[in-house]
Design a protein around this ligand. Structure first.
Ligand code: FMN
Length: 143
């Protein structure tokens, strides 16, 4: 039996989405977004160039709140004005026949204040990370 064969066959997910093969590009942060997390044209072309043979591309982690970026140049999904840029990435990946997935995150207490305009990071509890110089975050409320 050729054990490599399944890698190149389609896979249907429980929700009915069909991946054209089992090859997946892991999310890899490129730090190439604009200062506010907007997508750059270079990033769109980066994903277009990698889509095609790879069945599924997981786009690098994308912060969900303006106190959430964990890296300079991180891309954002923190407001509706980010949708057009993210759509350009999705369209580029899909135009090559691949499935596009977006990874989302919030950096929590690991966010550097300098990445969020000097504001205090937020986290589930007001407990600083156990590392030198870490900022004590504000505890999030249910609201
Ligand atoms: C430059 C770089 C950026 C990465 N960014 C992310 C990321 O945004 N999200 C994530 O979950 N993992 C990220 N990773 C981890 C990779 O997705 C992957 O899990 C890791 O490289 C191990 O995969 P490998 O065993 O195939 O090398 C990143 C890795 C690298 C090298």
């Amino acid at each position: 039996m050729n054990t490599l064969t399944p890698i190149l066959t389609p896979l249907t997910l429980p929700n009915g989405a069909v991946l054209k093969n089992r090859l997946v590009m892991a999310p890899m942060t490129t730090c190439t977004g604009f200062y506010d997390g907007t997508v750059t044209s270079e990033l769109v072309e980066y994903y277009r160039a990698r889509a095609g043979s790879i069945g599924t591309v997981i786009v690098e982690c994308c912060f969900i709140d303006n106190r959430g970026p964990a890296f300079p140049g991180a891309i954002a999904i923190d407001s509706d004005n980010k949708i057009p840029g993210l759509k350009r990435i999705a369209d580029a990946i899909k135009s090559e026949g691949s499935t596009a997935i977006l990874q989302i995150y919030h950096g929590g207490r690991m966010v550097e204040p300098e990445l969020i305009g000097g504001k205090t990071p937020v986290a589930p509890s007001a407990i600083a990370a156990p590392r030198e110089g870490a900022t004590k975050p504000l505890a999030l409320t249910a609201e």
